[in-house]
Design a protein around this ligand. Structure first.
Ligand code: F6P
Length: 362
C-alpha cells in the first residue's frame, strides 16, 4: 500500500559549478514526482538566494531537457561558511534569514548540491532544525565519505584532453610544458589527468615537491630517455617543500615578496633557467568546469539524484548522498561537514604513477 505523501522541496546549487548539476537536479525531481506528490521551489544562486529570499516555483517541464546541459539552471554563488554566523556590514543575520526563507516558502525539506563549503552550511542548517539533504558535486573530488563526486570525471576528461593536445606542440618545439590544473587543496584531478594524459611529472598539494627533483626528472627524460620534451601537470594548490613548512598567510606573503604569480609560472621559469629547455605554461582554468557532463557523470548524477529523492521519501534528513565502496548510499551531514578527502599516502594511483616512471617531485 502506498501512503499518500506530499513534499514541498527547496533545491539549490552552491559553490563552484560543474558538469552534472542539472543531471542531478533532474534526477531528484523526476524520481520525486514519481514516488510521491512533489512540489519544487528553485532557490536562485545558492545560499545567497536562500538568504535573500529569491526563489521560484518550478514545474515538471522546468526539469526537462537538462540532462546534458552544463552549469546549473538554478545559478550558484560562493557564500563562505566561515561568515555564515558573522553579521557583516549589511547587518543581515544570515542564518535567521535562511530559516525565515525556508519557513515562509513552506518547505518540507531543502536539497543542497555542492562541495565542501556547501556541506558545512547544509550541516549548520540541519543543526538549526531544517530538513536538509546534500548531494556531493565538485570537480575536485574531495568530499569526505564518497568514493567519487559528480563533475569530477567530466573535468578529468577535459583536463586529460588538454594534456593530450599539449603533447604534439611540446614535441614539435622540444619544450617543457607546465600545465596547471584546478585543485587547491586536493590533487585528484591533476593525478587522474596526469596519469590519463601521460604526464612525465605530476605535482600535487598533498605531496610538497623538491624543485631539484623536478629539474632532475626533466633532465633525466632528455638525457637518459632521449626525449626532447617534458609534460608537467601541477595542481594549482601545489607547493614546494620549503613552502609547506609555512602557514598559509606566511606562504602567501612569501610568494608576493618573491613575485610568484602562479605556481606554474614559477616552475616554468625555474625549469628554463636550470635546464636551458624552453618552457611554457598552460592554464585551462574554468574551462575544466565547463560544458556538458560526460556519460559517466550523467549516470552518476542521476543515481545520486534518485537516492536524494528516496531519502526525502524516507524522511531521512541531515544526510548527504554518497558512493560508498561502489554502492550508492548516504552519510550523516555531521560526519562529512568540515572534512576533506585528500589523496592518501597509500593511494593506488600514486604507486601506479611511480611504477610507470612518473616523478612526483619528491
Ligand atoms: O572547488 C572547485 C574549484 O574549481 C577549485 O578547483 C578551484 O580552485 C576553484 O573552484 C575556483 O573557484 P572560482 O570559480 O571561485 O574561481
Amino acid at each position: 500500500m502506498v501512503l499518500f505523501m506530499k513534499k514541498r522541496i527547496g533545491i539549490l546549487t552552491s559553490g563552484g559549478d560543474c558538469p552534472g548539476l542539472n543531471a542531478a537536479i533532474r534526477g531528484v525531481s523526476q524520481a520525486a514526482y514519481n514516488m510521491f506528490e512533489a512540489e519544487f521551489v528553485g532557490i536562485s544562486d545558492g545560499y545567497k538566494g536562500l538568504i535573500d529570499g529569491i526563489a521560484r516555483e518550478m514545474k515538471r517541464e522546468d526539469f526537462s531537457g537538462i540532462l546534458t546541459l552544463g552549469g546549473t539552471i538554478l545559478g550558484t554563488s560562493r557564500r563562505p561558511y566561515r561568515n555564515m554566523r558573522v553579521i557583516e556590514e549589511d547587518n543581515v543575520d544570515k542564518v535567521a534569514a535562511m530559516k525565515n526563507t525556508y519557513n515562509s516558502l513552506g518547505l518540507d525539506c531543502l536539497v543542497t548540491l555542492g562541495g565542501n563549503g556547501t556541506h558545512k552550511t547544509a550541516n549548520l542548517l540541519a543543526e538549526e532544525g531544517l530538513n536538509v539533504i546534500g548531494l556531493p558535486k565538485t570537480i575536485d573530488n574531495d568530499i569526505w565519505g564518497t568514493d567519487v563526486t559528480f563533475g569530477f570525471h567530466s573535468a578529468v576528461d577535459i583536463a586529460t584532453d588538454v594534456v593530450d593536445k599539449i603533447h604534439t606542440t611540446a614535441n614539435s618545439h622540444g619544450r617543457a610544458m607546465v600545465i596547471e590544473l584546478m585543485g587547491n587543496k586536493a590533487g585528484w584531478l591533476t593525478l587522474y589527468a596526469g596519469i590519463g594524459g601521460g604526464a612525465d611529472i605530476i605535482l600535487l598539494p598533498e605531496l610538497p615537491y623538491d624543485t631539484a627533483k623536478v629539474i632532475e626528472a626533466v633532465e633525466q627524460r632528455t638525457t637518459k630517455k632521449h626525449r626532447k620534451f617534458a609534460i608537467i601537470c601541477i595542481a594549482e594548490g601545489s607547493m614546494t617543500q620549503e613552502e609547506s613548512l609555512m602557514k598559509r598567510k606566511e606562504r602567501a606573503e612569501y610568494r608576493t615578496a618573491n613575485g610568484v604569480s602562479s605556481v606554474s609560472d614559477r616552475l616554468a621559469k625555474e625549469i628554463q633557467a636550470q635546464t636551458g629547455m624552453e618552457a611554457r605554461v598552460v592554464i585551462p582554468g574554468h574551462y575544466q568546469r565547463g560544458g556538458s557532463p560526460s556519460a559517466y557523470d550523467r549516470v552518476l548524477a542521476t543515481q545520486f539524484g534518485v537516492r536524494a529523492a528516496e531519502l526525502i521519501r524516507e524522511e531521512n534528513y541531515g544526510t548527504t548522498v554518497a558512493m560508498i565502496n561502489g554502492r550508492i548510499g548516504h552519510n550523516p551531514l555531521s560526519e562529512v561537514a568540515g572534512k576533506t578527502k585528500f589523496i592518501p599516502q597509500d593511494e593506488t594511483l600514486l604507486n601506479v604513477g611511480v611504477q610507470t616512471g612518473i616523478s612526483f617531485g619528491i
